[in-house]
Structures are given as C-alpha cells and as structure tokens.
Ligand binder design. Structure first.
Ligand code: NAD
Length: 505
C-alpha cells in the first residue's frame, strides 16, 4: 500500500509539486480540502486502496463555475487565430510531458503503459487538430430574398459541462476538451471518481501553455454529488456525457429539466461480421484487437463476433489459440498487452457475465471462470456457440469477453447485427466489395469498418445510434455541438419599405 501510494503520488507530484493527495483543479489551483465524503483510489492490479481524496462537492462546483464564466469571457475576446496558437501550444506541452503523463495514467487507471503512451499521443493530436479549426469554422452569408444582408455567427455556448468515464480517462478528456475550448467555451470537466489524475494534469498543462486561468476546471468527485451539482449550476449551458446508458439517461433527464442541450456518448454491443470469403488470419487478428485490447473496456469493442458457418470452427479455433497467447499482466510492464479490469464492481460484472454465458449454454473456448487473487485480471475469453437471445449477447460486458455466434446468410447476419438496442460500431470482413458496402450501409451503427476494426481519428465524426447515444464528437461535427448559431440581419436599402407602424413626418 505505501509503495503504491508513493508511486501514484510521485507520478502526480511531477505536475503538482508538494501535492499530498488528489483534488480538484479550480481556477488554476489544486484544491484538496473539499466536500463531505472521501473517495478511494484502488490499484486494480492488487485490489488495494492506494489513496483517498475528498469529493469536490457543491461549493467547489460553484467556485469552478464562477472561474470558468470569467475566463471564458477573456478567451472568447481573443482572435480566433490567437486561440489557435494557444491550442497548438497545448498540444506541444502534452508531447513534452508525454511519458510522465502516460506513466501517471498507467498507475492511476491501471491501464497498460503501451496503451497509455498511444492515448497521450492522441490527446496531443486532438489539440493540434482543433488548433487548425479555430479560424476555419465560421458562419455563412445567406442569399435572402430581400434587401438585407443576412449572415450567421458561430458563437461559443459559454460554459459547458463534460462528464467522463474511467475506461480511457486521458483520451476522453482531450477528446472533449479540445473542440470545446477551440470554439471559445469554458469547461467544467468531471472525470470518473475512480480515475481523475490525468485530467487534472491535462488542465494544468493547458494553463501552462497559455489557456487562461480558470477556463478549464476539473471536478474530482462522485456523479451523484459533484456531477449533479454541476448539472444544476446556472452557469452551465450544455452537458456532454460519455459513459453508460443508465447514467446517460439520468443525466439527459436532469439536463432536460433545465432545458439544457446534451450530447450522449454511450455504450455498445457491436457486431463484428466475418464472411466465409474473408482473409481469416486478418479477420482473426482484427477480432482480437476488437475485443481484447484495453481488456475489452472500450465502448466500440467488437463484443459480438458473427461468423459464417463454413469458416466458423476454423475461426473460433484460431481465435481461441490466439487469445491464450495474449500477455495479461501488470500495467507498468512494457510487455503487458492486457491489464486488469479497472475496478472491483466492473470485474465482478465481467466474471458474472462469463458464468452466465456458460450457464446459458455457451462454450468456453478460451478464458477461465476462475476468479483471480487480489487483482482484477480477466483472461481473454471466447464464449462460443452462443445465440443472440442470450444475455451475454445483449448486455454490454465491457471486458475481454467475445460472444461468438454462427450464421448462414448475409440476411441472417444483418438481422442478428441489428437485433440490439445499441448502435455504436460494427465491422465486416469479406473480399466481396459489393457485399462490404451493402452491409456497411445496412448495419445500424455510428462507426463501421470494412476489413478492419477500431481505427478512429480525431478528424472523423464519432457517435452512436439508438441506445449508444446522440450528438457527435470528433471532426467538424464536434464543432457544431460546441457552438450555437446566431443569424444577423442588416438592412441595406436606402429607403426600405416599412412593413408596419407609423411615425410623424
Ligand atoms: P458511468 O455511466 O458509470 O459513469 C460515467 C460518469 O458519470 C462518471 O464520471 C460518473 O461519476 C458520472 N456519474 C455517475 N452517476 C452520475 C449522476 N447521477 N449524475 C452525474 N454524473 C454521474 O460509466 P463508467 O462505468 O464510468 O464507464 C463505462 C461506460 O462508458 C460503458 O458503458 C462504455 O461503453 C461507456 N463509454 C462510452 C464511450 C463512447 O464514446 N460512446 C466511450 C467510453 C466509454
């Protein structure tokens, strides 16, 4: 426990010297002595509590809201190009501190260090990408049928609230922060209470790079206390939520009560469809990346593997043998490919789902029902010979567990793929070009891959259909979410006809 605490605090203190624990980042300061309850950070590799910190609470939310509102006015008053230069500097600052930030993420969230390095690089890329947009996203001149000049302005929302989950904390933080500040907004960011450290650091680095003090505030705390206090705060003008459908529904309801617009980026149960003409080796590698990378704690995970019957046995055999070779281990070990599940509740859910799958008639082709001692490790698991009516094929497991289902025809594959309340992602593996595009157009999902899986980029829009959410992140589409449009009318006629009213000559 003492060693683990020292490791986390040591990694954190590289950015916040003298910090005795984690806290919230408000108006440029780390505040630790806050709300009523205490929150434990648990190391998922050992199951032991590493550190406790205070829930931010309503008073800290109010301070953060005031700071964000004031800083947003300064930020919005800058030229668009000046905002872009600061955004570029944030990207550079993250690159400069990349290794230390990746280590903090690995220790603080229990993610394999090699994944953390990749995600931190993507965060830098997000700020750089949106730096380029600051002076390239603007309104239009509308050819109205009158003597008016009519133009539109894209204006900041003001202060936006972002609520994020534990599975990819630093990635999600950059993903939502970059477009929000590029468009001139102030931010209250509430990361998962389980993994706040890296978001605090991104906010501090952004200020070092030139973002005004108080523009980005990170509220470390519980959802039902700190998160709810933030949704209720009158300064907040929009809520962007990344997390589970159950919480998303509560948040959208609370936002709607205040008539606040919201974006929901929720879960998935994505279908990865393999036809019998596919390059099976590539499809097998793709299927492993789709579900086992990040220990399956990925919203777009290819958690339902649909395989055409002619190649089904061969594919499952290849997949199961591959799964057994994957290196599961300590997050900070460079050779680890799959780390632990992030927290105890989620670990128990994943193990219970494996049990339920086997009890429901699925065959455990790879993996184990054995609970691990101490840490929350789950071996890559293949539940074969399943059908789409089983609970494991309908519920998001959010662990390294793939449910394999055989099919005979394209129509059947599409029917199974679309028989889900989710619609986040999907993929098809085939060498038939016409079939590939046909299937891509018919699967209900916000992201779809042909002969690949899991490629995403900040330049390309991302979001869900159905219970996977609404609104879009990434690309130009995120800029619409973080702005509101004003239409301005200018009379240009010397003596315009007056449509209504009387004045003395
Ligand atoms: P979660 O819904 O439990 O929590 C997400 C966030 O909501 C946390 O910050 C939490 O503190 C906060 N929260 C909880 N209750 C709240 C309340 N009543 N009011 C305000 N805030 C509240 O999700 P999780 O378990 O942290 O993350 C896993 C889920 O996130 C999975 O379903 C996964 O698919 C989803 N996810 C989606 C995407 C996407 O882009 N679609 C990306 C990553 C994760």
């Amino acid at each position: 426990m003492a060693n683990q605490q020292a490791a986390l605090l040591g990694a954190f203190a590289k950015f916040f010297p003298n910090a005795t624990t984690i806290g919230s980042f408000v108006n440029g300061e780390l505040v630790v002595d806050t709300g009523d309850s205490s929150i434990d950070i648990v190391n998922p590799a050992t199951g032991q509590t590493v550190l406790a910190y205070r829930d931010a609470g309503a008073a800290v939310v109010a301070q953060a809201a005031e700071a964000a509102q004031a800083a947003q006015k300064t930020w919005w008053a800058l030229t668009h190009a000046a905002r872009g230069r600061v955004m570029q500097a944030v990207g550079a600052k993250i690159r400069e501190n990349a290794e230390a930030l990746a280590q903090l993420e690995s220790i603080g969230a229990g993610k394999p260090i090699r994944d953390c390095r990749g995600e931190v690089a993507k965060v830098a890329e997000m700020f750089e990408y949106y730096a380029g947009w600051t002076d390239k996203f603007f309104g239009d001149v509308i050819p109205v049928p009158s003597t008016h000049l009519n133009y539109t302005r894209r204006e900041a929302m003001g202060v936006v609230l972002q609520i994020t989950p534990w599975n990819a904390p630093v990635f999600t933080c950059g993903w939502q922060l970059a477009p929000a500040i590029a468009m001139g907004n102030g931010v209250l960011l509430k990361p998962s209470e389980l993994t706040p450290a890296s978001s605090l650091v991104v906010a501090a680095l952004a200020e070092q790079a030139g973002v005004p003090r108080g523009l980005i505030n990170v509220l470390a705390g519980y959802g039902h206390t700190t998160g709810q206090a933030a949704i209720s705060h009158p300064v907040v003008k929009k809520v962007v939520f990344v997390g589970s459908p159950a919480t998303g529904s509560k948040i959208a309801t609370a936002a709607a009560q205040r008539l606040l617009p919201s974006v929901l980026e929720l879960g998935g149960k994505s279908a990865n469809i393999v036809f019998d003409d596919a390059d099976l080796k590539r499809a097998c590698l793709g299927a492993q990346a789709a579900i086992f990378s990040s220990a399956g704690q990925s919203c777009v995970a290819g958690s339902r593997l649909l395989v055409q019957r002619g190649v089904y046995d061969q594919m499952i055999d290849m997949l199961a043998r591959g799964a057994e070779k994957i290196r599961v281990g300590e997050p900070m070990d460079d050779t680890t490919e799959v780390g632990p599940i992030c927290n105890r509740t989620q670990y128990q859910h994943v193990m219970n789902m494996i049990d339920a799958g086997v009890e429901g008639g699925a065959r455990l082709a790879a993996g184990s029902q054995q609970r691990s001692d101490g840490g929350f490790f789950v071996r890559p698991t293949v539940l074969a010979d399943a059908n789409n009516a089983m609970g494991v094929a309908r519920t998001e497991i959010f662990g390294p567990v793939v449910v394999a289902i055989p099919f005979d025809t394209e129509e059947e594959a599409l029917a199974i793929a679309n028989d889900s309340e989710f619609g986040l992602a999907g993929a098809v593996w085939t060498q038939d070009v016409a079939r590939a595009h046909r299937v891509a157009s018919q699967v209900n999902a916000g992201t779809f891959w042909i002969n690949g899986y899991k490629t995403i980029n900040v330049a390309s829009p991302f979001g869900g259909y159905g219970h996977s959410g609404y609104g879009r992140s990434s690309g130009v589409e995120a800029l619409y979410e973080y702005t509101q449009t004003k239409s301005v009318w200018v009379e240009t006629a010397a003596n315009p006809a007056t449509p209504f009213g009387y004045v003395e000559a």
